[in-house]
Design a protein around this ligand. Sequence first.
Ligand code: PLP
Length: 450
Amino acid sequence: MKPTVQQLTDWDKHYVWHAFTQMACYDPLIIESAEGCELIDIEGRRLLDGVSSMWCNVHGHQHPQIDAAIQEQLGKVAHVTNLGCSNSTAIRLAKRLAELTPGDLDHSFFCSDGASALEVAIKLAFQYWHQCENPQPQKTTYIGFEDAYHGDTIGTISVGGVDRFNAVFKPLMFPVHRLPIPDRRVPDEAMACEHHLRILEETLAQHHETIAAVVIEPLVLGAAGMIVQPEGYLRGVRELTHKYNVLMIADEVAVGVGRTGMMFACNQEEVVPDILCLGKGLSGGYLPMSAAIASTAIWNAYLGKYSEAKQLCHGHTFGGNPLGCAAALATLEIFETEGTLQQLPAKIARIAEHLTRLQNHPHVGDVRQCGMIAAVELVKDRTTGEHFPWTERHGNQVCQYAQEHGVWIRPLGDVLVIMPPLAVSLPQIDQLCEVIADGIEHVTSSKASS
Ligand SMILES: *Cc1c(COP(=O)(O)O)cnc(C)c1O
C-alpha cells in the first residue's frame, strides 16, 4: 500500500539522517516530482526551484534530452568500472571536456561528488611534485582561504575553512596556509584586488618552497555566502602561482558549467588552472558526477614504466559511471542546442534589476551578483553593518515565508541565495525575487513591531 503523507513525514524524521540538519527540529519538505524549474511536493504543491536543487540543476528538471540520454544508456549498461577498464560514454565525455575547457586541461579523472574531485586534485598536486621533471618533494602544503568550501571530507575541510562547520574536527585536519577571504569590499572596491594579491604574494614569497598548490573557488566563494572576488584577482592568482612555481587548483564545482555566464568561471579572466574540478552542474544536476581535469604537464608526470610506480593510486567505484556520463554529455550538448549561454545576459540583467531595488531595504546590508549567482545579505543595522543574532535565523524565516508563497530557497545563515536553474524564465526570475523582497519585508517588519 502507498504510504500516507503522515507516514512519510514520520519515517523521514526517524529513518533518514539529513545533511546539515538538526534532526530534532526538522520539518520535512518532501518532493515527489519536478518539471522544468518547479518542484512538486507529495501534496501536489508547486514550488519554484530558486536554488537549482542545491546549486546543481542547469537546464531544468525532467529535461527530455537528459532523461532520454540516461534511458538510452540504461538500455546498454548501467555501470562499468574505470579501474583499468572503460566505457564509450565516459570516453566521449572526457574528449568533450578536453575540447570545452581552456588550455591543455585534457585529462579527466572522474569521481562522483565535488568533494571527491577535490580530494583527487589535492593528491594529484602532492604526488606531482614527487615525480615531475624537477622533483620538489618538500612541497607538501597548500594555500586555502577562510570560509572557502570544498566539501566535507577530511582533506577538503583541511583545505577549506568554514570554522563553524569544522571546529570539532580540527585534530583530524592537516595544516594549510589560510588567507583572508578575497572579498571585493575589503578594504574597499578600488583597493581590493591589489590588497588581496599582496597578501597572497607575501605568503608565496615566504613559503613557496613548501607549497604544492593554491586551492581556490574562482570568482565567487559559494558557501562562504556568495562572496564575490575583485575583478582581476583570479588572473593575479594565476600569475603569482606561475611566478612562484606553485600549482593552481580551481574548484568550479559550484561556479562551473555556465553558472557565471560563461562555461567556466576561469574563462572570465582567461585563466588556465593546473587542475579544474567540476561537480554539481556537470550532469545537469541529475546524477552524482564530478571530475578533476588535469593539464598535460601533470598527466606527463604520472607516466612511466609500471615498475616506476608513478601511477595515481586512487579511485572510486562509481567514477566514470556511464549513466552519469550520459547525463553530462546531454547537459553539455543542450548548451548548444538551446543556446543556453546566449540567453543568459537578459536573465542576469533581470536579476540585477531586482537586486538594485532590494539594495535599498533598511535590513539589506549588501547585494552581490556574479552571472546567475546572486545573494542578499540581511543585517540588523545597515549603517553599522551589525548582524542579527544567528540563533534568530532570519535567513531561514525568509525561506519559510517563500516556501509558503510558492518558492523554494535555502539560505546561508542570513545570506539569501538566488541561484535558479539557467533555464529559468524571466517571469520566474520576477516571481523568485518578488517573493524574496516580500519575505524580507514580512520578517523584518514583524521583528520591528515585536
Ligand atoms: C558543493 C561544493 C563542493 C562539494 O561538492 P559535493 O558534491 O557536495 O561533495 C565543493 N566545492 C564547492 C565550491 C562546492 O560548492
